[in-house]
Write a protein that binds this ligand. Sequence first.
Ligand code: ADP
Length: 488
Amino acid sequence: MGKTTKGLKVAFVGSECYPFVKTGGLGDVMYALPRALTREGCSVRVIMPLYNCIPEKFKKQMKYVGSFMMDQTMEGRTFYVGIMETEMDGVTYDFVDNREFFDWGNPYTGLWEDIPKYCYFSKASLAILNYLEWYPDVIHCHDWQAALVPLYLKTKFWNCPLKDSKSMLTIHNLRFQGICGIQHLKYWSGLSDGLFDYPVFKVNDDEANMFKGGLAYADAITTVSATYAKEIQTPEFGEHLDAHLRYHAVRMKGIVNGIDTDIWDSSKDKLLAAPYDVTDVLEKKWENKEALREQLGLACGEGKMVLGLVSRLTDQKGLDLVDAIFPQIMDGNTQVVVLGTGDPRYENAFRYYEEKYKGDVCAYISYNEGLAHRIYAGADAFLVPSLFEPCGLTQLIAMRYGTVPIVRETGGLKDTVLPYDAEKNEGNGFTFDRYTPENLLQAVNNAKTVFFTDRPRWDAMVKRNMEKDVSWEQSAKQYLAFYRELKA
Ligand code: ADP
């Protein structure tokens, strides 16, 4: 069962993981960080729910490892916990099987159902480690869905070998916290009344907050960039937990995400019309740009700059700014490709622009991995004007693919995209600070100016970006150092 290596034993607990289920950056991190830690000598096990929506090809590879009944809820109702296991590139994946909780949803449904689901999941994850007699040095939990793990560890599991494991809770996005009525959480978590009387979970007299509780009990807290770690301690970004986070800040570090450079490798990417590396990027990017435009029905030929945007279409992503300046972006020399789904307000806005600027705008309202790859490769510049961005992966992927990011200076965007400096001929992209349409337009226009009037410098930036280290290696080393600090 457990492998023996000289490195640390780490269990990852989270609600999604590529390639099984992914709705956003969390899924990428749950895939890539365990692999990177394995390369550093750690033994890593990932625990996630066995959702019905996991593709059959993966389910077929899983083997049944065991099952048991577990008590959950205030009344001590018992629920089935099955363990299905698979291994991929040295990482073991254990799926928590329970049809009652995980047979529906993609994977999330609504908070009312998600709260019981993730209370059960958090406790079952620890019960599984116990069952397998696999006692990690660190149990690394992710976002609010796994936030009860540190609480269960220090309460229900205090009297078993797992008690020596340290818990780390990573904030991928503080906007989602798992807030519900106190009675609902009390009932489903089965945690003692005392925890609900003190300000561990409490939001007010009626509501409880799962993330808040987890952050109070975790041995260590991390978030996905140094800037976001600072931002969330302020009322502007703290999502009402800024005071709580300031209080617990001594145990918090910001470690920026990387990207999986095996998946995001433009030289071996089979999804591209013309794979390329830094030596032939300029000519091959052109081929990819033409192929992309042809596929999407956009006018081909020289003289136009293509702006790409791949994103969840939500307020967080700064799309109201894009909406506000869209007509000004469309100057006859610019084309825009949008790939995303989400808020109907933005879906409809982009559909409208596609109709209005036929042949120059494509709004692909869908989730499509292949097209995402082709946009990263075929676009000249890439928009990430987020209102807030804990880390952001799309700007990293864009840079890896030689596409110049245009970003707002917030969270991980600020930490990973150095502003272009014409005098020094340095930097990775075009940035703006204040969240206003005018500032975004200025950044887009600055990018256009360099693209159209100073191509040698633009091309040098393309190459610089492709050579920038955006891999997981450095981040994995920082996590490892923090794990060791915790165990010391
Ligand atoms: P978030 O986690 O806030 O959604 P990130 O930038 O951290 O944002 O991660 C987004 C990830 O999801 C990236 O890998 C991006 O390529 C991918 N993605 C987002 N929307 C789509 C889409 N419509 N089709 C394909 N991939 C998408």
